[in-house]
Design a protein around this ligand. Structure first.
Ligand code: PLP
Length: 392
């Protein structure tokens, strides 16, 4: 990948990054009155009290200094313990790095694994950071389409077709942002086997693992291909802690060593008292009760949104089993692009949704609706959408 050097002696590297295309939509919404946003990808809940209390206590107890770069040993043990109790997966604390969210985990993984002339395979549609991280790592980017007819599962046969000698990393994200799709055990296993056979790494981004519906289950990639997986995870969604910036990665020894080395020069360590609160999040029963309560509320909203959208003209939702998003298809007869549609909806209903193309070319013809929005607002937004769409 090439980049142009800028004038004024600034590095050209940052020019590679694309600022989010949905910025203009949000800008426009900000200048309008009475707009409801179904655009945002973060929980509307507050962080559970027991976790907030643990952070306050940790400050008072003096957890206000540097910690080991990889994270506080007890916290890494708590993460390993979590994988054992929730998934019967054996993870060593030595294979864990505590990061500033899954964002940092992904960045560290890309920088540690990819260089010029290497390829990374990224699903289309996909969460926005993978492509940008790949550009900074100067890697070649190949997109694997996620198709409605496959229920947005990665097709292992199609994947094999894309693999060449240059392929180093495959990105997988489930439950998925933006589609809400989860992966079956069979698909997870097929992807894991393929990574082992072709000796490539999987960056498996799993921050929505607890938001599952209709009996769906989560199968962490680490269980199936431990020597080939860099698992990125986060406290942001699970415990409604987006602002805390707390996450982690689990990776094979040779990878984790490099990730820690890089992390040591970027942020040194994640905030000490936040790591201590992370221990409480994982070990205290009350935080898990809060997670289950949030899941139940999301489940109710998901049902409501699906029911309402299914009764609206010109829009057809995919029925997701995870995360807190609905990926919905725009009636092709309307002859509107995703961006046209999102703009039209903002102008005519005062509702913000994300055009599917923000997540890749395959998102054309789709929008993402977030139901991490309180029920009254959600109902009002749906009423407005229905009214506007009925007039088309
Ligand atoms: C799939 C996915 N990965 C990673 C992130 C980043 O999360 P964090 O807050 O842990 O950095 C998000 C946030 O929206 C996400 O949806």
């Amino acid at each position: 990948m090439k980049y142009k050097k800028r004038k004024y002696f600034l590095a050209g590297r940052i020019n590679l990054l694309q600022r989010s295309k949905i910025r203009e939509l949000f800008e426009k919404a900000r200048n309008m009155e009475n707009v409801i946003s179904l655009g945002i990808g973060e929980p509307d809940f507050d962080t559970p009290e027991v976790i907030k209390e643990a952070a306050k206590r940790a400050i008072d107890e003096g957890y206000t200094h540097y910690t080991p770069n990889a994270g506080i040993p007890e916290f890494r043990e708590a993460i390993a313990e979590y994988y054992k109790t929730h998934y019967k997966a054996d993870v060593s604390p030595d294979n864990i790095i505590v990061t500033a969210g899954a964002y940092e985990a992904t960045y560290l993984a890309f920088e540690s694994l990819l260089e010029k002339d290497d390829d990374v395979i990224i699903p289309d549609p996909a969460f926005v950071c993978y492509v940008e991280d790949a550009k900074i790592a100067e890697a070649g980017i190949l997109r694997i389409p996620l198709r409605e007819e496959n229920k947005f599962q990665v097709d292992p046969d199609e994947l094999v077709e894309l693999i060449t000698k240059r392929t180093r990393v495959l990105v997988i994200n489930y439950p998925n942002n933006p589609t809400g799709a989860v992966l079956t055990k069979k698909t997870v296993k097929a992807i894991a086997d393929m990574a082992e056979d072709y000796n490539i790494y999987i960056l498996s981004d799993e921050p929505y693992e607890h938001f599952l519906y209709e009996g769906a289950k989560h199968y962490p990639m680490i269980k199936f291909a431990p020597d080939n997986t860099i698992l990125a995870n986060s406290f942001s969604k699970t415990f409604a802690m987006t602002g805390w910036r707390l996450g982690f990665a689990i990776a094979p020894k040779q990878v984790i060593k490099d990730m820690i080395k890089l992390h040591a020069y970027i942020i040194g360590n994640v905030t000490s008292f936040i790591q201590i609160a992370g221990i409480t999040a994982l070990r205290d029963k009350r935080s898990w009760e809060a997670v289950e309560n949030m899941r139940k509320v999301y489940a109710e909203r998901r049902k409501l949104v699906l029911k309402r959208l299914n009764n609206m003209p010109h829009i057809t939702p995919f029925k997701p089993k995870g995360a807190f998003y609905i990926w919905a298809k725009i009636d092709p007869e309307l002859d509107m692009t995703s961006e046209d549609f999102a703009n039209w909806l903002l102008d005519n209903a005062g509702v913000v949704v994300i055009p599917g193309t923000a997540f890749g070319k395959q998102g054309e013809g789709w929008i993402r609706i977030s139901y991490a929005t309180e029920k009254e607002k959600l109902i009002e937004a749906l009423n407005r959408m229905e009214e506007a769409l009925s007039k088309l």
